[in-house]
Design a protein around this ligand. Structure first.
Ligand code: NAD
Length: 367
């Protein structure tokens, strides 16, 4: 990979390689775009088979955060970081060393939890820098983001119901929820509380049983795609909307928490063609990042909840732009993000009083 050519194509601002031999830290921080503010995005630890794979992953994820934060209305840019290594080998020293690297970036990148990192790891980072969110509530952190992500998914589902059926009654349609982990289990609870018919699937029997106890009906992992339900709620892994599954769908709406739900852009086009309403994944699952972003101003649960409630309007706007421009919803979300970054970027061209002050002071001082 020609690195600068890739950065040029993908639009990244900065890539930092962090190496600390004593703790075994090998990390890459990718800052994609800071037009809207400091880059916020999680830290993933993964046993990448080679450095190229890690670099490709962090560049892709950082760019995704730019879009997610922009469309969510946050004053934050996009970035992400990865530690190359086996999560079984993690140590306090490794995360503290990483924290020192973050400190040296002066706040241009702020980290958070992601795959294979947890509150304890964030607390270690917090020993060395303030540029970390997702720390323990005793340090002013927001705790587990999953209930907020689930609450945001529910707002997104309501926006879909409103668009498709002209009402927001969660209890009326039927649902198929794939993945009953941190987010999916909360989503099922919300839907059952509203009295909805809910089909569920997971590879973990205990999680299925917990949802069945709430009144959900279990279906097989391969059967979930052909269930006779109106709304498909993917809350497991990515790419579950693909060439094999779409032909089985009797769903009218796809709205769930999983990242990268569409295997390819063509799958998004196919949903559009079939009239299946798709709530773009990075918009509907932004409740978690919205929640941690509140930590930067001093965490307040009510404020976080109010912000996450806004996902209803944000998704509604995605549908409006999709209709206006006659494009699939996944493209509309990208367009809204890009337009916001461009518009806010242009306001930066207006000189602030401080800039004039610096200019005039410079003149007065004879520079
Ligand atoms: P999790 O690991 O707690 O739960 C995932 C569940 O999916 C597990 O119970 C697992 O057994 C199940 N699963 C995996 N493969 C499956 C399959 N093929 N069929 C059925 N079930 C399967 O994860 P989570 O935190 O609940 O996150 C769920 C999804 O939402 C992920 O894609 C994640 O990236 C995304 N997401 C989560 C958050 C958050 O706040 N946790 C925020 C944004 C996005």
């Amino acid at each position: 990979m020609e690195l600068f050519a890739t950065l040029d194509t993908m639009g990244h601002e900065e890539v930092v390689f962090c190496h600390h031999r004593e703790s075994g830290l090998k990390a890459i921080v990718a800052i994609h775009n800071t037009t809207l503010g400091p880059a916020l995005g999680g830290l993933r630890m993964w046993p990448y088979t080679n450095e190229q794979e890690a670099l490709t992953d962090v560049l892709r994820l950082a760019k995704g955060m730019t879009y997610k934060n922009a469309v969510s209305g946050l004053n934050l840019g996009g970035g992400k970081s990865v530690i190359i290594g086996d999560p079984a080998q993690k140590s306090e020293a490794m995360f503290r060393a990483f924290g020192r690297f973050l400190q040296s970036l002066g706040g241009r990148y702020i980290t958070a939890e992601d795959v294979n990192t947890n509150v304890q790891d964030m607390d270690h980072i917090f020993q060395e820098t303030d540029f970390v969110t997702g720390v323990h509530p005793v340090h002013g952190g927001s705790g587990d983001p999953s209930p907020f992500t689930a609450f945001g998914v529910i707002q997104g589902i309501k926006a879909c119901l409103n668009k498709k059926y002209g009402h927001t009654d969660l209890g009326k349609p039927s649902y198929a929820v794939q993945g009953l982990g941190h987010v999916g289990s909360h989503v099922v609870k919300h839907l059952r509380d509203a009295g909805a018919k809910v089909f569920v699937t997971d590879m973990n029997k205990e999680r299925i049983e917990q949802c069945v106890a709430l009144g959900a009906e279990a279906v097989g992992m391969d059967d979930v795609y052909k269930v006779n339900a109106k709304v498909y709620v993917p809350c497991a892994l990515g790419a579950s909307v693909n060439e094999q599954t779409i032909p089985q769908f009797r769903f009218e709406i796809v709205a769930g928490a999983a990242n990268n739900q569409l295997a390819t852009d063509a799958c998004g086009d196919e949903l559009h063609r079939k009239g299946i309403l798709y709530a773009p994944d990075y918009v509907i699952n932004a409740g978690g990042v919205m929640n941690v972003s509140i930590e930067l101003q001093g965490y307040d649960r009510e404020r976080a909840k109010r912000m996450v409630t806004g996902i209803y309007d944000i998704i509604g706007n995605v549908f409006r732009v999709a209709d206006r421009d006659r494009i699939p919803t996944y493209k509309a979300a990208d367009r809204i993000a890009e337009e916001r970054i461009a518009a806010i970027g242009r306001t930066r061209l207006l000189r602030s009083p401080q800039v004039y002050e610096r200019l005039y002071n410079g003149r007065r001082n004879g520079h």
